[in-house]
Structure formats: C-alpha cells, structure tokens
Design a protein. Structure first.
Length: 202
C-alpha cells in the first residue's frame, strides 16, 4: 500500500490516512531524499486519520489554517507524493475546489492520483485545510480509498478534526491565518515540500 502524509511538528510526528497504514508490519516514510522507518502510534476511532512517528522530521511541518472556512468556491491543491515530484516545477495554482463541508468532512472536486490518500489539502495561502481520504461518486456516495483517475468528487478530513485528534494525543502543531508562501514560491512547490510518501508492507 502506498499513500501520502505530512509532518505536523519538528519532533517526527506525521499524519496520514488510517487506511494507508491499517495492518502494516512495516511503515516507511520517504521524502526529500530521505527514507526512514516509522511506527503507528495512534489511530482515530471516528475519522480516517492516523498518527505515525519517525526518528526525524525531514521537511517543514504544515501550518493549519485559522481562517473561517468558506464552504464553496475555495481553490485548493492536493496531490500524491509521487505526482508532486513533477508538479513542483510548474506554476500550477490549484487542482481542485472546495465544494462544501459536512461536519468534519470536506467535499472537493479534485484530480486525485493513486497514492493521494493522506495528502494535505492546501489553500491559496499554503495553509492546511484538510487531508484527502477517499473518493466519492454521485452525491458523494459509494465511498472507497483514493486510487482515482481524472477529476471527480473527493472527500477530506477537516483540519479541525485532525487538530482535535492531535491534541488528544498530546501533539502540538502550528496554526495561522498568514500566508505561508514566499514571494518566489508557488503553491505546487510548497505542497511538494510538505508532502511525504508513506509506504506500508503487511
């Protein structure tokens, strides 16, 4: 099984989708030229979220958005670790749109690739709004893990539910309403710098 994930602090704590690491005998995190084994330390009983810990944080951690969510029309970018390897050199601004929020679940229209489960959903400021978990077909029904090709309906766990899960497990994370992009950095490059590959062997 292959998915994506993102660091939430500088202590080696990373979040991914629970189904990516379910039943894993070995978990490996890969990104920025570094691969390391990791351990699943907590899973959510209510959301498709898992916390894993590795010896080192290999890139910067995401910053959670403090902005009040606008449920419709917000451009976002989220892609798998593998896809972002090629996207990071492009000037792509977004590859999806936030359509609605239902409790702790975000509904998006998005092009999601194999391995996108666990990828952070970034808004135009580079702030994390949620995490991809599964595709959804007509009326967001018939749910299943993301492998998915083409643009369609995708669901993500909201930043608020991820934040509550982390707090319950004693993990501190950063939140802000300020843009996280440097003047010379595009959103795809930031997403590529934040997203890690998560590999599971059962």
């Amino acid at each position: 099984m292959q998915g994506s994930g993102f660091w939430v602090d500088d202590a080696g704590d990373l979040v991914t989708a629970r189904h990516v690491v379910d039943g894993c005998g070995l978990v490996v995190i890969s990104g920025q030229g570094m691969s390391q084994t990791a351990k699943v330390v907590a899973v959510s009983n209510t959301d498709d979220v898992a916390l894993i810990h590795a010896p080192h944080t290999s890139t910067m951690a995401v910053v959670f958005s403090e902005d009040v969510a606008n449920d419709e029309g917000v451009p976002v970018l989220a892609a798998s670790f593998e896809a972002l390897k090629t996207l990071k050199s492009s000037s792509i601004f977004s590859n999806g749109m936030l359509q609605a929020q239902d409790g702790g679940t975000l509904q998006l229209t998005l092009q999601a690739e194999q391995g996108a489960s666990g990828a952070p959903v970034l808004d135009r400021k580079g702030l994390m709004q949620g995490m991809l978990i599964r595709k959804a077909q007509a009326q967001y029904a018939m749910l299943g893990p993301i492998p998915m090709g083409g643009t369609g309906y995708v669901q993500a766990v909201s930043r608020d539910h991820i934040g509550a899960f982390l707090k319950a497990n004693g993990v501190t994370f950063s939140a802000s309403g300020q843009p996280q992009l440097s003047p010379s950095q595009n959103l795809a490059a930031r997403a590529a710098s934040l997203t890690q590959g998560v590999f599971c062997w059962k």
